[in-house]
Write a protein that binds this ligand. Sequence first.
Ligand code: MD3
Ligand code: FE
Length: 214
Amino acid sequence: MDLFSTLEPVAELAPGLRLVRRYFEPQEQERLAADIAALAARAPWFTPRMPRTGKAFSVKMTNCGTLGWVSDVDGYRYQPAHPATGEPWPPIPDLALRAWRELAVYALPPEACLVNFYDVSARMGLHQDSDEGDFSAPVVSISLGDDALFRYGGLRRNDPTKSIKLHSGDVVVLGGQSRLAFHGVDRIFGGSSTLLPGGGRFNLTLRGVTVRKR
Ligand code: MD3
Ligand code: FE
């Protein structure tokens, strides 16, 4: 398959996996990028590490919301405070909450918002998001800055995968049968966007984490 043949808008990439191209207008992208820069000043970027081996991820990350995802030699977990400062995570930016309200089709607000920063050499290997206690809540993903080559497959690591380019302002909703699909980021297209002053890409993922009464 030609990896670059998937540039036009697609509604449903797989059952439960919906892509909303350019959901955020340029002005909104600017505002959300500024919100993320401000939140990273309060909750500094940190380098996640693989459990046991301590091998560093190539992305930097931080969080907002009542819970944040952290990964270090002790394992993956959600926690209410920043691992270095001990302070609660900052609130989720309004524009990100609006995307959840409009697109998640879920009665409760998100509890966690992971923020990843990719420089042009960063990648994210194929994985499942399975540290949440409630898989009935979707994951809503927001892309800002440089384009990324995103890859998704099925429920087993060895299932066939497809690749698609994500642009600044795109939103992906992962629900239903795709909530536990394997996915990753194979490359960042440096210089494809001028949104972030030093280049690179932000990705926000909004999530429900605990089982709550609906
Ligand atoms: C497909 N982030 O933080 S978001 C992550 O672009 C993560 O930074 C990637 O994977 C990024 O965990 C991809 C899009 C995404 C998120 C969850 C999914 C795609 C998904 C769950 C199932 C299938
Ligand atoms: Fe993920």
